[in-house]
Design a protein around this ligand. Sequence first.
Ligand SMILES: [Zn+2]
Length: 280
Amino acid sequence: MQIKPLKMRWASGGVNYSYLLAKLTPPSMSATNWIIDPAEPEEIRSQLSAGEFQSITTIVNTHHHYDHAGGNLEFASLLKERKTPEFIIGSKKSATLSSSNIVLPEDGETFDLGDKITVEAIRTPCHTQDSVCYLVHDADSPNEYGIFTGDTLFTAGCGRFFEGTGDQMYKSLSHIIERTEGIWDKVKVYPGHEYTKSNVKFVRSKVWKTIGENPAFDKLEEITNKTEVLTGMFTLKDELDFNPFLKLNDPYVRRAVGDAQNLLSESEVMSKLRSLKDSF
Ligand SMILES: [Zn+2]
Protein backbone atom coordinates (compact mmCIF):
# COMPACT_ATOMS: atom_id res chain seq x y z
CA MET A 1 0.00 0.00 0.00
CA GLN A 2 1.30 3.38 -0.97
CA ILE A 3 0.20 6.60 0.71
CA LYS A 4 1.79 9.59 -0.96
CA PRO A 5 1.32 12.96 0.76
CA LEU A 6 0.95 15.85 -1.69
CA LYS A 7 1.55 19.38 -0.50
CA MET A 8 -1.01 22.00 -1.44
CA ARG A 9 -1.32 25.70 -0.67
CA TRP A 10 1.95 25.76 1.29
CA ALA A 11 3.09 28.98 -0.43
CA SER A 12 -0.08 30.75 0.73
CA GLY A 13 0.09 29.40 4.28
CA GLY A 14 -2.72 26.85 4.01
CA VAL A 15 -0.26 23.97 4.49
CA ASN A 16 -2.82 21.47 3.23
CA TYR A 17 -2.23 17.85 2.34
CA SER A 18 -3.86 15.82 -0.38
CA TYR A 19 -3.05 12.09 -0.51
CA LEU A 20 -2.73 9.46 -3.18
CA LEU A 21 -3.80 6.08 -1.83
CA ALA A 22 -2.63 3.37 -4.19
CA LYS A 23 -1.59 -0.24 -4.12
CA LEU A 24 0.97 -1.06 -6.73
CA THR A 25 3.87 0.82 -8.15
CA PRO A 26 3.04 2.12 -11.62
CA PRO A 27 2.64 1.06 -14.35
CA SER A 28 1.17 -2.17 -13.02
CA MET A 29 -1.40 -0.61 -10.69
CA SER A 30 -4.69 -2.42 -10.73
CA ALA A 31 -6.55 -1.39 -7.58
CA THR A 32 -9.15 1.32 -7.25
CA ASN A 33 -6.92 4.22 -6.33
CA TRP A 34 -8.05 7.20 -4.35
CA ILE A 35 -7.03 10.83 -4.39
CA ILE A 36 -8.06 12.44 -1.12
CA ASP A 37 -8.99 16.14 -0.97
CA PRO A 38 -7.44 17.27 -4.28
CA ALA A 39 -8.24 20.94 -3.73
CA GLU A 40 -5.47 22.24 -6.02
CA PRO A 41 -5.48 19.95 -9.07
CA GLU A 42 -2.51 21.49 -10.90
CA GLU A 43 -0.32 21.53 -7.79
CA ILE A 44 -1.17 17.88 -7.20
CA ARG A 45 -0.66 16.80 -10.77
CA SER A 46 2.85 18.23 -10.76
CA GLN A 47 3.75 15.96 -7.82
CA LEU A 48 2.44 12.77 -9.43
CA SER A 49 4.05 10.67 -12.12
CA ALA A 50 1.97 10.14 -15.26
CA GLY A 51 1.35 6.55 -14.11
CA GLU A 52 0.24 7.62 -10.66
CA PHE A 53 -2.07 10.23 -12.10
CA GLN A 54 -3.60 7.82 -14.58
CA SER A 55 -4.16 5.27 -11.82
CA ILE A 56 -6.63 7.47 -9.92
CA THR A 57 -10.21 6.27 -10.12
CA THR A 58 -11.90 7.98 -7.22
CA ILE A 59 -11.96 11.46 -5.68
CA VAL A 60 -12.57 11.37 -1.94
CA ASN A 61 -13.25 14.27 0.46
CA THR A 62 -12.85 14.39 4.22
CA HIS A 63 -15.33 17.31 4.44
CA HIS A 64 -16.84 20.06 2.29
CA HIS A 65 -14.49 23.00 3.00
CA TYR A 66 -13.11 24.60 -0.18
CA ASP A 67 -9.47 23.91 0.70
CA HIS A 68 -10.33 20.17 0.67
CA ALA A 69 -13.25 19.76 -1.74
CA GLY A 70 -12.93 22.88 -3.90
CA GLY A 71 -10.90 21.12 -6.59
CA ASN A 72 -13.33 18.28 -7.25
CA LEU A 73 -14.77 19.63 -10.52
CA GLU A 74 -11.43 20.52 -12.03
CA PHE A 75 -9.80 17.30 -10.91
CA ALA A 76 -12.69 15.25 -12.28
CA SER A 77 -12.32 16.98 -15.64
CA LEU A 78 -8.62 16.11 -15.67
CA LEU A 79 -9.52 12.50 -14.92
CA LYS A 80 -11.89 12.45 -17.88
CA GLU A 81 -8.83 11.74 -19.96
CA ARG A 82 -9.14 8.27 -18.42
CA LYS A 83 -11.60 5.70 -19.66
CA THR A 84 -12.90 4.97 -16.17
CA PRO A 85 -15.62 7.43 -15.19
CA GLU A 86 -14.89 9.71 -12.28
CA PHE A 87 -16.58 9.08 -8.98
CA ILE A 88 -16.66 11.17 -5.85
CA ILE A 89 -17.01 10.11 -2.23
CA GLY A 90 -17.79 12.94 0.14
CA SER A 91 -20.43 15.42 1.22
CA LYS A 92 -23.21 16.64 -1.02
CA LYS A 93 -22.06 20.11 0.00
CA SER A 94 -18.79 19.46 -1.82
CA ALA A 95 -18.28 20.75 -5.32
CA THR A 96 -19.29 17.91 -7.60
CA LEU A 97 -20.41 17.23 -11.13
CA SER A 98 -23.94 16.26 -10.23
CA SER A 99 -25.75 15.06 -7.17
CA SER A 100 -25.93 11.55 -8.59
CA ASN A 101 -22.26 10.68 -8.35
CA ILE A 102 -21.45 11.77 -4.82
CA VAL A 103 -21.97 9.58 -1.78
CA LEU A 104 -21.50 10.58 1.85
CA PRO A 105 -20.44 7.34 3.54
CA GLU A 106 -22.38 5.96 6.47
CA ASP A 107 -20.49 5.50 9.72
CA GLY A 108 -18.83 2.09 9.52
CA GLU A 109 -19.33 1.74 5.77
CA THR A 110 -16.46 -0.11 4.12
CA PHE A 111 -14.97 0.20 0.67
CA ASP A 112 -13.11 -2.60 -1.04
CA LEU A 113 -10.45 -1.02 -3.21
CA GLY A 114 -9.21 -4.32 -4.60
CA ASP A 115 -5.76 -5.80 -4.10
CA LYS A 116 -6.73 -6.49 -0.48
CA ILE A 117 -7.05 -2.83 0.47
CA THR A 118 -10.14 -1.94 2.47
CA VAL A 119 -11.24 1.41 3.84
CA GLU A 120 -13.68 2.02 6.66
CA ALA A 121 -15.48 5.35 6.98
CA ILE A 122 -15.64 6.82 10.48
CA ARG A 123 -18.07 9.73 10.75
CA THR A 124 -16.65 12.43 13.01
CA PRO A 125 -18.98 15.45 13.06
CA CYS A 126 -17.85 18.71 14.71
CA HIS A 127 -15.36 20.65 12.55
CA THR A 128 -18.13 20.20 9.97
CA GLN A 129 -21.18 17.99 10.25
CA ASP A 130 -20.07 16.05 7.17
CA SER A 131 -16.51 15.28 8.42
CA VAL A 132 -15.42 11.73 7.67
CA CYS A 133 -12.17 9.97 8.62
CA TYR A 134 -11.04 7.02 6.52
CA LEU A 135 -9.29 4.05 8.11
CA VAL A 136 -7.34 2.07 5.53
CA HIS A 137 -5.85 -1.39 5.83
CA ASP A 138 -3.81 -3.57 3.50
CA ALA A 139 -4.42 -7.25 4.27
CA ASP A 140 -1.14 -8.14 2.56
CA SER A 141 0.71 -6.42 5.40
CA PRO A 142 -1.27 -7.04 8.60
CA ASN A 143 0.52 -4.31 10.53
CA GLU A 144 -0.10 -1.59 7.99
CA TYR A 145 -2.93 0.82 8.73
CA GLY A 146 -3.47 4.49 8.04
CA ILE A 147 -6.16 6.99 8.92
CA PHE A 148 -7.00 10.13 6.93
CA THR A 149 -8.34 12.52 9.51
CA GLY A 150 -9.05 15.70 7.49
CA ASP A 151 -9.54 18.64 9.84
CA THR A 152 -10.76 16.51 12.76
CA LEU A 153 -7.50 15.21 14.24
CA PHE A 154 -4.12 16.86 13.74
CA THR A 155 -0.77 15.85 15.16
CA ALA A 156 -0.91 17.19 18.72
CA GLY A 157 -4.16 19.02 17.96
CA CYS A 158 -7.72 18.92 16.65
CA GLY A 159 -9.81 20.98 14.25
CA ARG A 160 -11.86 24.07 15.03
CA PHE A 161 -15.47 23.50 16.04
CA PHE A 162 -17.00 25.33 13.05
CA GLU A 163 -20.26 23.36 13.04
CA GLY A 164 -20.15 21.50 16.34
CA THR A 165 -19.47 21.63 20.07
CA GLY A 166 -16.79 20.44 22.47
CA ASP A 167 -19.06 17.56 23.36
CA GLN A 168 -19.24 16.55 19.72
CA MET A 169 -15.47 16.73 19.21
CA TYR A 170 -14.93 14.70 22.38
CA LYS A 171 -17.35 12.06 21.08
CA SER A 172 -15.87 12.06 17.57
CA LEU A 173 -12.28 11.66 18.77
CA SER A 174 -13.40 8.97 21.23
CA HIS A 175 -15.18 7.25 18.35
CA ILE A 176 -11.91 7.06 16.37
CA ILE A 177 -10.09 5.66 19.38
CA GLU A 178 -12.79 3.07 20.14
CA ARG A 179 -12.95 2.00 16.51
CA THR A 180 -9.20 1.34 16.42
CA GLU A 181 -8.81 -0.30 19.82
CA GLY A 182 -6.06 -2.93 19.71
CA ILE A 183 -4.27 -1.41 16.70
CA TRP A 184 -3.40 2.08 17.97
CA ASP A 185 0.32 1.47 17.55
CA LYS A 186 -0.21 0.35 13.95
CA VAL A 187 -2.41 3.17 12.63
CA LYS A 188 -0.44 6.01 11.08
CA VAL A 189 -2.17 9.38 11.11
CA TYR A 190 -2.54 11.46 7.92
CA PRO A 191 -4.16 14.81 8.73
CA GLY A 192 -5.45 17.46 6.34
CA HIS A 193 -2.92 20.12 7.30
CA GLU A 194 0.66 20.30 8.57
CA TYR A 195 -0.15 22.19 11.76
CA THR A 196 2.23 20.28 14.01
CA LYS A 197 4.68 23.13 14.61
CA SER A 198 2.03 25.59 15.77
CA ASN A 199 0.24 22.91 17.79
CA VAL A 200 3.48 22.04 19.59
CA LYS A 201 4.10 25.71 20.34
CA PHE A 202 0.62 26.01 21.88
CA VAL A 203 0.94 22.83 23.94
CA ARG A 204 4.38 23.79 25.25
CA SER A 205 3.13 27.21 26.21
CA LYS A 206 -0.15 26.15 27.87
CA VAL A 207 -0.04 22.48 28.87
CA TRP A 208 3.25 20.65 29.42
CA LYS A 209 5.33 23.74 30.03
CA THR A 210 8.51 22.07 31.26
CA ILE A 211 10.68 19.31 29.80
CA GLY A 212 10.02 16.07 31.65
CA GLU A 213 6.31 16.62 32.28
CA ASN A 214 5.42 14.54 29.22
CA PRO A 215 8.42 12.70 27.68
CA ALA A 216 6.41 11.71 24.57
CA PHE A 217 5.62 15.37 23.95
CA ASP A 218 9.28 16.35 24.53
CA LYS A 219 10.25 13.87 21.83
CA LEU A 220 7.63 15.21 19.43
CA GLU A 221 8.90 18.75 19.97
CA GLU A 222 12.44 17.65 19.17
CA ILE A 223 11.36 15.95 15.93
CA THR A 224 9.17 18.91 14.94
CA ASN A 225 12.11 21.29 15.23
CA LYS A 226 14.06 19.25 12.71
CA THR A 227 11.43 18.07 10.22
CA GLU A 228 9.00 19.94 7.99
CA VAL A 229 6.72 17.19 6.66
CA LEU A 230 5.48 15.18 9.63
CA THR A 231 2.39 13.52 8.21
CA GLY A 232 2.40 9.72 8.52
CA MET A 233 5.22 9.76 11.06
CA PHE A 234 3.04 9.19 14.11
CA THR A 235 0.47 6.59 15.12
CA LEU A 236 -2.75 6.90 17.10
CA LYS A 237 -0.79 5.50 20.05
CA ASP A 238 1.61 8.46 19.75
CA GLU A 239 -1.38 10.83 19.64
CA LEU A 240 -2.79 9.21 22.77
CA ASP A 241 0.56 9.93 24.43
CA PHE A 242 1.18 13.54 23.34
CA ASN A 243 -2.05 15.08 22.01
CA PRO A 244 -3.77 17.01 24.83
CA PHE A 245 -7.14 16.81 23.02
CA LEU A 246 -6.92 13.03 23.56
CA LYS A 247 -5.70 13.37 27.15
CA LEU A 248 -8.54 15.31 28.74
CA ASN A 249 -7.99 13.75 32.16
CA ASP A 250 -4.27 14.46 32.27
CA PRO A 251 -3.52 16.65 35.33
CA TYR A 252 -1.55 19.14 33.23
CA VAL A 253 -4.40 19.46 30.74
CA ARG A 254 -6.86 19.98 33.59
CA ARG A 255 -4.58 22.63 35.09
CA ALA A 256 -4.29 24.36 31.70
CA VAL A 257 -8.07 24.86 31.56
CA GLY A 258 -8.27 25.96 35.19
CA ASP A 259 -9.64 22.70 36.55
CA ALA A 260 -6.98 21.42 38.91
CA GLN A 261 -9.87 20.13 41.06
CA ASN A 262 -11.04 17.72 38.35
CA LEU A 263 -14.59 19.01 38.41
CA LEU A 264 -15.28 19.42 34.70
CA SER A 265 -16.55 16.79 32.27
CA GLU A 266 -14.34 15.72 29.38
CA SER A 267 -16.58 17.65 26.98
CA GLU A 268 -16.13 20.82 29.04
CA VAL A 269 -12.35 20.36 29.13
CA MET A 270 -12.39 19.87 25.36
CA SER A 271 -14.31 23.14 24.86
CA LYS A 272 -12.03 25.11 27.16
CA LEU A 273 -8.86 23.68 25.66
CA ARG A 274 -10.00 24.50 22.11
CA SER A 275 -10.96 28.06 23.23
CA LEU A 276 -7.45 28.48 24.63
CA LYS A 277 -6.06 27.38 21.27
CA ASP A 278 -8.43 29.66 19.34
CA SER A 279 -7.14 32.70 21.21
CA PHE A 280 -3.49 31.61 21.24
ZN1 LIG B 1 -11.89 22.36 7.22
